[in-house]
Design a protein around this ligand. Structure first.
Ligand code: GLA
Length: 347
């Protein structure tokens, strides 16, 4: 509790959820479509106005403080510092923050614990200093803090899912113009988030390599972003050198899968949505090459034990999978998957 650490009452309470992506992977930095949903796990912040930064992270039982002029340190406080920094960059006279942080979002499983922390911090700052920011602006600022301050070149999906997503709904997001549409998740099904328990290996370097491969493909194709291409352009991609041809093919087909998937859900065609999830995994495995054997094994176990669809979720290279399972079959599914892949952690 804030009071136990700082000796006074907090002025505001804020929170924001982690996310799992249902469809549309590695498309957000290509101006494409994504379809994430918030998780029922949140990061909570109790906060008060302050000069400089002072924060306590309950998960680490760690208290840290820092002046606003001190450079980033490569620790959890960077995320809070980045949020204050980005607001100041945009001309908001924010003097600092005192915060008590508690998070239920699993860390390093690819479930956007960092976006949850950024969005919660920005919500706390918005409330404290009465900043005229809407939820889309909060998402943009959170992404800018992560890219420019923390130094991770992520897209906008995670922050948008955390800031404007709604529990029980998939968030269809066009990352080119940030237009969104909510689609209710099917009744009688559960979204199973299953961690492979393999920490993401080389995720950052692999992610940056994929981004630059997409940029090279654009240059060779003479387009600004792969978003400009649709499945009718697939024959053109064959002329690209390996592996750029496969990287571009993933992005183009994945965008189409998001459009088809949202359509299928709105029509109640869960089977089709599941097939698209599986096709997404295969494309991420073979064309985009961001899967690892353990994720493939886990996805196969999930499909064997009754999931209508399953795939890796997030950046890949380790981390979590997402599966869609009939609620009535969930317990049997879980037991079966645990038998075949005992390390699996269910969220
Ligand atoms: C990470 C990034 C997102 C997105 C996914 C891949 O989660 O933070 O912006 O690029 O990888 O879809």
């Amino acid at each position: 509790m804030f009071k136990n650490i700082f000796g006074s009452e907090p002025q505001v309470h804020a929170s924001a959820p982690g996310r799992v992506n249902l469809l549309g992977e590695h498309t957000d930095y290509n101006g494409g479509f994504v379809f994430p949903t918030p998780l029922p796990y949140q990061t909570y912040i109790e906060a008060a106005a302050a000069e400089g930064l002072e924060a306590y992270a309950e998960n680490f039982r760690e208290r840290k403080s820092r002046g606003l002029d001190v450079a980033k340190q490569g620790d959890w406080l960077d995320y809070i510092a980045g949020c204050v920094w980005v607001l100041r960059q945009h001309g908001y006279a924010v003097p600092g923050l005192r915060a008590y942080i508690r998070s239920e979002v699993p860390m390093s499983g690819g479930l956007s614990s960092s976006a949850a922390l950024e969005v919660a911090a920005l919500r706390a700052l918005r409330a404290l200093y009465q900043l005229p920011l809407d939820d889309v602006q909060i998402a943009r600022l959170a992404q800018q803090a992560e890219v420019e301050y923390v130094g991770v070149r992520c897209g906008i999906m995670d922050q948008m899912a955390s800031s404007v997503g709604r529990l029980g709904y998939g968030l269809f997001l066009d990352t080119q113009n940030l237009q969104t549409r909510l689609a209710p998740l099917p009744q009688g099904y559960r979204v199973a988030v299953v961690d492979s328990a393999v920490p993401r290996r080389l995720a950052e370097s692999g992610y940056n390599t994929r981004r630059s491969e997409c940029e090279q493909a654009c240059e060779l194709l003479g387009v600004k972003s792969l978003r400009e291409l649709s499945p009718t352009d697939l024959p053109r991609l064959e002329a690209l050198p390996e592996p750029l041809n496969r990287r571009a093919r993933h992005v183009v087909t994945e965008n189409q899968r998001v459009l088809d998937g949202v359509q299928a859900l709105l029509q109640g065609d869960i089977k089709r949505f599941g097939e698209l999830m599986v096709a997404s995994h295969i494309s991420l495995r073979d064309d985009y090459e961001v899967s690892i054997p353990e994720l493939d094994e886990l996805v196969e176990a999930e499909l064997r034990h009754g999931a209508v669809g399953a795939r890796l979720t997030g950046a890949g290279f380790g981390g979590s999978t997402v599966a869609l399972v009939e609620a009535s079959r969930y317990e049997a599914f879980k037991q079966g998957v645990l038998q075949d892949y005992p390390r699996a952690r269910f969220f």
